[in-house]
Design a protein around this ligand. Structure first.
Ligand code: ZN
Ligand code: ZN
Length: 248
């Protein structure tokens, strides 16, 4: 499978790049994970938004859903133009813990909100997805996504403070896409993880590659990366950047 970074900043967009959004593709399937600010424009450089098969959302903070409404409008308006009115409803997966936001996933004739559950595996196209509730001020879920055909594993921490359960959840992942919003010195925070905490998870879970994302706008990102490497010197560590493509 192929992972493309569309947006990677935490909280708000800056320097011509947006917030959390990741395109995960196999040959025949295109899944968008979170739809942060500026992600729709970034998506267009890789895929016609009409070709997306589904969206999955970790939680409903603005930096993860900012472009969802305009994605729904894109599909509504382009469908009319392309005479696709009878095309199937576009599935948008999210949790139902926040009913007001969950309801917005459904738009008449355009999209249908589909709830996922932490206790149940979800099968979307070529993927099997497991969920883990994270440590965050609002209900949020990490995802362990397995490409069924190849057994390759992507783990996305979504937004979270450090939880020991991430070690089991990320076990032997090919890629760990990790919330690394903080430099060292901010350990045991209830919203995001520090570089050292991400490094520790990567080492203990024996993951092959880590992509640092949900990055801070202030500070030296090379230092952030060095702080992760310090905990797990043998693991490949990559800073997320717009349009970065990783083969998994
Ligand atoms: Zn966020
Ligand atoms: Zn958040």
């Amino acid at each position: 499978m192929k992972l493309t970074i569309l947006g990677f900043w935490g909280g708000y967009p800056t320097k011509n790049s947006g917030t959390s959004s990741y395109l995960l593709e196999t040959e025949n399937y295109h899944l968008l994970i979170d739809v942060g600010s500026a992600s729709l424009i970034a998506l267009e450089d890789h895929l016609d938004p009409l070709q997306l098969d589904a969206v999955i959302l970790s939680h409903y903070h603005y930096d993860h859903i900012a472009d969802l409404g305009v994605l729904q409008f894109t599909r509504q308006l382009k469908r009319m133009k392309n005479n696709l009115e009878r095309a199937p409803m576009f599935p948008i997966y999210g949790h139902q813990g926040d009913n007001e936001n969950f309801k917005r996933l459904t738009m008449d004739t355009v999209s249908e909100g589909i709830a996922y559950d932490e206790g149940q595996k979800l099968y979307i196209g070529p993927f099997e997805i497991q969920f883990m509730r994270t440590l965050h001020p609002v209900e949020c879920y990490a995802m362990r996504i397995v490409e069924i055909k190849t057994g390759k594993i992507l783990v996305y921490t979504a937004d979270s403070g450090y939880l020991p359960d991430f070690v089991t959840f990320s076990k032997e992942a090919d890629v760990l896409l990790a919330d690394t919003n903080f430099f060292n010195g901010m350990e045991n925070h209830r919203v995001h993880m520090s570089a050292a905490e991400v490094g520790r998870i990567a080492k203990e879970a024996d993951v092959k590659k880590v992509i640092l994302t949900h990055l801070p706008q202030v500070g030296d990102l090379e230092l952030l990366k060095a702080q992760v490497i310090n905990e797990t010197p043998k693991t490949e560590i990559i800073l997320a950047e717009k349009d970065l493509v990783i083969e998994i």
